[in-house]
Design a protein around this ligand. Structure first.
Ligand SMILES: Nc1ncnc2c1ncn2[C@@H]1O[C@H](COP(=O)(O)OP(=O)(O)OP(=O)(O)O)[C@@H](O)[C@H]1O
Length: 331
């Protein structure tokens, strides 16, 4: 069943006159974990804020169980747990109070709220910090309490904006475990993350967002099929030589620059041994390091994004060509 429907959502921020979401439509199924992935500034947080009803779309609407979220703010507030990127606003409360009060606000009896609060503090190894005000906790500790306030009371829907950001590896793992656990208990989960490799193991479906638009939405295995039959070559170029190296590798497959000196090439499996042979016998390639690996979800994203951009460039080039043709007929 479709629990949440995002229907032709457009968002233009008045201040920046920036169109942060363009014609976004998709549905979120009851019981799934959906990952929203995309680069900085793509429009993910904007979309999430509209899903929880904190921001009104410029046009289009978000429906929860068939009704516009903006028309049922109370229901959404009691059934959704929202973890925002911005730090907690309740700085004066203690860690325990923040959890306890949120639990009670979500409808838990005081005793149950206390039980869950103490359980979470123990689980986060923060029982000794229960009485400390949030503003006196470390960044990571504050974030863990934020995660706690999002899940306490077993919300039906969890909307998590970068839940593992700024956490150490142990807490990151704990948060992923909690996400899976809450989902097994019946929560539908929408999460934004840049931790694609960690997300890959947890999410059922992925929505790729870039340049304010939805690029693709599909299950992880289906998305990975897009790069079936390919291998990934990761290259570290000698300082300052990435551009030159890119040109040398262009003919072998889809190549992209992923860092100052880092390149990634997706190559047909059948051509991989010829490529390695060519690399071994070509002495003037400015390469520091390389590795051949199977592609992961991040590579799928870069591949899809690259294809779309190529397509857009081709369309633009064709349009110019057509305009020139028309011009020459007219002229
Ligand atoms: N309140 C605002 N007023 C004006 N422009 C905004 C506002 N919030 C976001 N934007 C702009 O809208 C675009 C999308 O921002 P958004 O925060 O949704 O991206 P994001 O995908 O969540 O990015 P990140 O991964 O960096 O968190 C950006 O260009 C951003 O600068």
């Amino acid at each position: 069943m479709e629990l949440i429907e995002i229907d032709q959502v457009n968002k233009v921020y008045k201040k920046g006159k920036k169109q942060a979401n363009i014609d976004i439509s998709f549905s979120i199924r009851e019981g799934e974990i959906l990952g929203l992935l995309g680069p900085n500034g793509a429009g993910k947080s904007t979309l999430i804020k509209q899903i929880v009803g904190l921001l009104a779309p410029t046009s289009g609407e978000v429906r929860y169980k068939g009704t516009n979220v903006l028309k049922q703010a109370k229901k959404v507030a009691s059934e959704f747990g929202y973890y925002a990127q911005e730090p907690h606003a309740l700085g004066a409360l203690t860690a325990k109070e923040a959890l306890l009060f949120t639990g009670i606000l979500r409808g838990l009896a005081k005793k149950e709220a206390e039980k869950q609060t103490m359980g979470l503090l123990e689980r986060f190894s923060m029982a000794d910090l229960a009485g400390r005000p949030l503003k006196k906790l470390s960044g990571g500790q504050k974030r863990m309490i934020g995660i706690g306030t999002t899940i306490i009371g077993d919300s039906r829907v969890l909307v998590l904006d970068e839940p593992t950001n700024e956490l150490d590896p142990l807490n990151r793992r704990l948060v992923w475990d909690i996400i899976v656990e809450q989902n097994r208990k019946g929560a539908t989960i929408i999460l934004v993350t840049h931790n694609v490799l960690e997300a890959e193991r947890v999410v059922d479906r992925v929505a790729f967002i870039n340049h304010a638009r939805l690029l693709e939405i599909d299950s992880v295995p289906h998305l990975k099929q897009r790069v079936d039959g390919r291998l990934k070559l990761e290259l570290t170029a000698v300082e300052g030589e990435a551009g030159y190296l890119m040109r040398r590798f262009e003919e072998w497959g889809d190549i992209q620059q992923t860092g100052e000196n880092r390149l990634r090439l997706l190559i047909d499996k059948n051509r991989a041994s010829s490529l390695l042979d060519w690399m071994v016998h070509t002495s003037d390639l400015p390469i520091d390091e390389y590795a051949m690996l199977p592609p992961n979800l991040e590579d799928v994203y870069l591949y899809i994004d690259g294809q779309k951009e190529k397509f857009a460039e081709e369309r633009a080039a064709n349009a110019i060509e057509d305009a020139e043709k028309v011009g020459s007929y007219v002229g």
